[in-house]
Design a protein around this ligand. Sequence first.
Ligand SMILES: NC(=O)c1ccc[n+]([C@@H]2O[C@H](COP(=O)([O-])OP(=O)(O)OC[C@H]3O[C@@H](n4cnc5c(N)ncnc54)[C@H](OP(=O)(O)O)[C@@H]3O)[C@@H](O)[C@H]2O)c1
Length: 278
Amino acid sequence: MKTIQLRDGAVIPVLGQGTWMMGDAPARRADEIAALQLGIDAGMVLLDTAEIYGDGASEELVGEAIAGRRDEVFVVSKVAPSNASARGTAAACEASLKRLGLERLDLYLLHWRGRHPLAETVGALEDLVTAGKIARWGVSNFDFEDMEELFAVPGGARCAVNQILYHPGERGIEFDLLPWMERAGVAAMAYSPIGQGGDLLRRPALREIASRHGASPAQVALAFALRQPGLIAIPKAGSPAHVRDNAAAADLALTPEDWAALDAAFPPPPRKMPLSMI
Ligand SMILES: NC(=O)c1ccc[n+]([C@@H]2O[C@H](COP(=O)([O-])OP(=O)(O)OC[C@H]3O[C@@H](n4cnc5c(N)ncnc54)[C@H](OP(=O)(O)O)[C@@H]3O)[C@@H](O)[C@H]2O)c1
């Protein structure tokens, strides 16, 4: 699996695994755990979860999937904005660690901006680093202006990652946010990179490119995201077939003709667009 380096030198794979809506249905639990474990075997060792996913159910499921494999995986979780005060962040992190069965998170993100001042949240995240509860921290759903504000607060420039919506149908961040993040050394983590498995995968451009390569539309969407330097994508897959499909996308090489077809079907942003979020 190809890798990228975070600002502190940590190496992570360009493809990880999302877990939103995993752990919600008892009947799917065993399959979901098996899918995550297969993904780890295939090199997608970064697992993304959050305290709000299923009210902790996703973190518990991830904990079960990685039991006995701590050294192989890179675990990401997120604090909800409503909890992102100084004391709330520390308490939320402790609860996430307990559900995951971990002593330390590899990356802890502020899920999106809320009412607590950025300086207070950053202070709390830095304290968690000092206490050894998290290895590093980042943000999610931060637009260009949010990143500039973040970098202006004490410690804000130590942000390692911004997790944002990105796929062929959502290219707005290419205009200003991605170039800014690359200059600032903040890695991009693309969420919903296959458009949540919906209409995007039925678009003729993706289907035609996929058939030229004997690939799937999902693989083309992932290859599209991975063209960006310093970006990792975190598709969620609940079945072995989808996991295998996604893991193989890191090796799909698109041609100049494919890129032109993608640009024609999904034009790059001509001007600044507000960041979309799910
Ligand atoms: N920070 C945020 O605000 C935020 C917001 C949204 C998501 N996220 C994170 O990003 C992760 C990924 O985003 P997402 O779950 O919204 O959407 P996604 O990964 O774009 O799509 C997941 C959907 O696509 C299907 N799928 C997976 N692989 C496929 C393949 N190869 N071919 C066809 N269909 C496939 C899945 O079905 P099966 O499950 O049946 O395989 C599922 O229905 C989340 O799980 C979460 O960890 C973060």
